[in-house]
Design a protein around this ligand. Sequence first.
Ligand code: ZN
Ligand code: ZN
Length: 430
Amino acid sequence: MIDYKKYNLDLHYHSPYAGGCSKNITIPLLAKEAKIKGLNILTTADLFNEAWRKHVKEHLKYDQKEDIYYFKDNEKKKEKTYFVLGCEVECKKRVHNLIYFKNFDVFDDYFKKLDNNIIGLDTYGSGRPRLRFNCKEFLDFSLDFNVLIGPAHAFTPYFGVYAHYDSLKEAYGENYKQIKFLELGLSADTHLANLIPELEKITFLSFSDAHSAYSYRVGREYVCCDLEKPNYNSIKDMLYKRKGKIEYNVGYNPQEGKYHRTACRSCGQIYSLSQAVNNKYRCTLCNDIIKKGVKEKAHEIAEKQGNKEHQQITNRPPYKHLVPLAEIIQIHLNKKQINHRNVLEKYNLFVSKYKEIDVMFNIPYKDLEKIDAEITKYVRAFREGFVVFYPGGAGKQGKPIICFSKEEKQKMQEKINKEIKLKTIQKKLF
Ligand SMILES: [Zn+2]
Ligand SMILES: [Zn+2]
C-alpha cells in the first residue's frame, strides 16, 4: 500500500530577474512566506537566469532519500519546504509555457542543448527567457528530456496559448497529447476550462504567477494533491495519472482576474461579446480597443471544438475560490494598498497563530474571534459564499465586495449588473 500525503503546491511565480517583479524576492523569503501560507512544495522559478540560479544553488540542498531539493535552513526541521526546479519561458508569438526539470543534471543538459535557441539571457526581464521555438518546436525539443511542460495561464490575452491558437493541436502539433497539464491563470477556473473538449485528459493546475514573495501573493492560487513523495517523480506520476491525484484547486474567483471579462483596455468598460462584436471591438465610451475576455474566449474555443451546448466535459476535482486573508482585511479596513501597515498588523495576528490557508478554510470561528471578532465576520462571510465581484477585464483587476447575507449579496449583484449596463446606455444617449 502506498502511503499518500497531502501537499499544497505553488509552482509558478518569479524571481527578481523577471520583468516587473519585486527586488527582494529570495529563496529564504519564499520559504518563510510559504510556511505562513501553508504551502509545502514550491518552485525555484526562473532557473535559466545565471545570477538567480547561483542564488538557488546556495540555498537549496538535495535530499537523497526523498529525491528532492529543499530549503537548506530546514535541515533539522520535520516540516521542510521543497523546491521543484522550474521556469516559465516565452515561445514565438509571445506564448508562455512552464517547464519543470527532474534535477540539475537534466537542467544542465537541456540548457546546453538549447544552445542559441534561448535569447536575451543578459537583458532585463530575462528570468522569463525567450526561446527561438514556437510551441511545437518547444514541445518536440523537450520530449527528449525528463521534463514536464505545459501552457502557462492558457487563456490570457497576448501571452496565453489560446490567444493565438484555437487548439493545443494547432499550437503544439501532433505530439500535443504529451502535454499533461495546463495552468488556468487567474482569470479562469476549472469550470471555464472544462468546457473545452480537447482538455478532457489534461490536468488543470492553478498557481499564483506572483511577482512578489509575500504570502498575500505567493499561494493566492495553489493545488492540493495527494502525492507519494514531495518530489518531481511523484508530481509526474500524478500528472500522468499513474499514482496520486489532485484533491482540489484553489484560486481567485475568475471574476477577480485582470482579463476575465471583455472590456475596453483604456476605460475598463465591460461588454458582452455581442455588444463588442456590434461595436466592432471599439469602446462606445472612449473609442479605444475592446479586448476579448477569458470568459468569452473559453466559450468561443469550446464552441469551435464542437461543444455547442457549452457543457462541462468531464468530472474534475473541486475548485475552491479564495479571497486571500490580507485582501479581506484590506477590504475591511478600506485601505488602498494590500501591504498597508494596518493591514499587515492585523494579518500578522492571525498568521502568527495559524497557517493562512487554515484561517480561511478550517479554523473554527470561536478561535478566530479571539484574535479579532470583526475580521472573523468577514472570514465567515467569505466561507459562506457572500462575496460578489465587480468583474475584471482588459488588464484591470476585478474587485471583491463582501456582503453579510444572501439578500445583501443578491442586491449587490443586481446593482453591479445595472452599473455595467448603465454606462454603455448612457453614452448611446449622447
Ligand atoms: Zn506568463
Ligand atoms: Zn473605453
